[in-house]
Design a protein around this ligand. Structure first.
Ligand code: DOR
Length: 430
């Protein structure tokens, strides 16, 4: 029998709406009790004074690059980086090589994760073969193999007829469709947000309209099909407004926002820093503030990192040529606690967006510390200050716009299925 007693922390659990000082007892992979002064009999004790004890974070948008691009990341390193960031479960996108568009690849990812990753890995399968936006994948077979959602993330399904069909079939298998909402004809090669910054840099701009028009189309398709549409990495004010209206009209839509779109603007690209190049791009301060407001009022359900590792030699290319994306597991807590410090989110609402909401969207275990639930637990010291150095992290890649920045708030322990997999002082323990 394995027992862990987490002692003296502040339990912040949006799954049970609890925010209280108490001990938490885990036994044989399950949460068995909460209370003051619980007996430590036979238990490994973790002192959590001054820390928040939360259900493990769940990241429903990541890129692990395996199979095919292991020089950027693999399931082992991505899983370790996730654990160090406090994530106990992650969903990985299908833009691998080969694309995860057939059950054999889904199977491979699940198998590899079971051996190599300290955290649970849920594959998101491609919605169309080869991410080409033309022919639907075989959804039932992919679900049978373990896919938890469908997405052509990284690419946009431009053909509305295909997207309609994808949404219709997703209902039959009861899985969400995650849309990467950027109309390619409007992006038209833009590499930074279209506006004063793109003009100053002399780089082609990607207008917010590209996102807004596409979210609008997908919401209309979600309305007529009744499917569950999940909007990935919302970055625009217009996008947030449309999702808010759609919700009010009863459309089944959920949405996520990435830490970078909550805290950075296109000004971060002024020095041609390719680590700030991402798709969709960093936007204006007005867009960023609308994303923050949308997350605060619940229009946007959750925070997802869009962890997108790329090798140094790729990011050292000219801004137009460098691939978009940034790593995000190990900075997500320090970066997004900014919204708690500012008073935009209470600790409980922050935990809801990091854990409880993504668990419900993916319909996977976790997101709660209720008695009997899986012992996936994250301990966060919200006051711990550190200088972030990606070279000391667990990802194979270092493409972070926060390298060298001082962050406040850090994960001290990550427990998956009742097993301590990360301790800030000792590193990864599996
Ligand atoms: O910036 C991005 N990078 N956005 C995406 O949608 C894909 C991702 C990647 O795979 O690198």
């Amino acid at each position: 029998m394995s027992r862990i007693l987490i002692r003296g922390g502040r339990i912040v659990d949006a799954g049970t709406e609890v925010d209280t000082m108490a001990d938490l007892l885990l036994e044989d992979g399950k949460v068995v009790g909460q209370g003051v002064g619980l007996s430590e009999d036979g238990a490994t004790v973790i002192e959590a004074r001054g820390c928040w004890v939360t259900p493990g974070f769940i990241d429903l948008h990541t890129h692990l690059r395996e199979p095919g691009q292991e020089y950027k990341e693999d399931i082992a390193t991505g899983g370790r980086s996730a654990a160090a960031g406090g994530f106990t479960a992650i969903a990985c996108m299908a833009n691998t090589q080969p694309v995860n568009d057939d059950p054999a690849t889904t199977d491979f990812i699940i198998d590899r994760a079971a051996h190599d990753s300290p955290v649970a890995v849920y594959p998101v399968a491609a919605a169309t073969k080869g991410l080409e936006g033309k022919v639907m994948t075989e959804m039932s077979a992919l679900v049978a193999a373990g896919a938890r959602a469908f997405s052509d993330d990284g690419k946009t399904i431009m053909d509305s007829g295909v997207m309609r069909r994808v949404l219709e079939y997703s209902r039959l298998v009861e899985m969400p469709v995650i849309t990467h909402a950027e109309d390619r004809t409007l992006v038209a090669g833009g590499v930074v947000n279209e506006g004063a910054v793109s003009t100053r840099l002399g780089l082609p701009g990607n207008p917010s309209l590209a996102e807004e028009i596409h979210i609008s189309r997908d919401l209309m398709l979600a309305r007529i099909t009744g499917a569950h549409l999940h909007v990935a990495h919302v970055s625009t004010k217009g996008g947030v407004e449309q999702i808010r209206i759609a919700r009010d009209h009863g459309i089944h839509v959920t949405a996520e926002v990435a830490p970078h779109h909550l805290t950075l603007t296109d000004e971060a690209t002024l020095g041609f820093d390719t680590n700030a190049k991402v798709a969709p791009p960093l936007r204006s301060a007005e867009d960023r503030d609308a994303c923050r407001a949308g997350l605060a009022d619940g229009t946007i359900d959750c925070i997802a990192t869009d962890h997108a590792p790329h090798a140094q030699h790729e990011k050292e290319l000219d801004f137009r040529e460098a691939p978009p994306g940034m790593i995000g597991f190990e900075t997500a807590v320090g970066v997004t606690l900014d919204l708690v410090r500012s008073g935009e989110l209470s600790p409980l609402e922050w935990v809801r967006r990091m854990s409880t909401a993504p668990a419900r969207i993916l319909r996977v275990p976790g997101g709660t510390l209720a008695r009997g639930s899986v012992a996936d637990v994250t301990i966060v010291d919200p006051e711990r200050v550190y200088t972030y150095d990606p070279a000391k992290g667990f990802s194979k890649s270092r493409n972070s716009p926060w390298a060298g920045r001082t962050l406040t708030g850090r994960v001290t322990h990550t427990i998956v299925g009742g097993q301590l997999v990360y301790d800030v002082e000792q590193g990864i323990l599996t």
